[in-house]
Design a protein around this ligand. Structure first.
Ligand SMILES: [Zn+2]
Length: 104
């Protein structure tokens, strides 16, 4: 289970307002499924909130030739020089981007 997801949900449940939608930013390399969200929010105030996910494209940089590339199928070998050992530049994000609340 993703601890950052549990933290986000805990924080949201402390809000006094009614949250109608939650916008998450999730890096492509983070294994996340909306099912995890549904399991953690069932029987809570968030159960009826919509969940929107913005996927952040993964990017790596080769530490040998310094080319930047998108890892295909989670393959970390550099497509330019075939070396291994790339640095992940993007794709491991997981954060709450915004929420939509009901105005009363
Ligand atoms: Zn390379």
């Amino acid at each position: 289970m993703n601890p950052r997801l549990s933290n986000i949900i805990e924080n949201l449940l402390q809000r006094q307002s009614k949250i109608t939608a939650v916008n998450l930013a999730v890096g492509e390399l983070i294994p996340f499924h909306a099912e995890q969200w549904r399991k953690l929010t069932q029987n809570t105030a968030l159960a009826s909130s919509a969940l929107h996910i913005r996927v952040i494209r993964a990017e790596q940089q080769c530490m040998t030739c310094f080319q930047k590339y998108h890892p295909e199928n989670l393959d970390t070998n550099c497509p330019y020089c075939k070396s291994v050992g790339a640095k992940i530049i993007a794709g491991e994000e997981f954060y709450l981007e915004s929420v939509e609340e009901e105005n009363e």
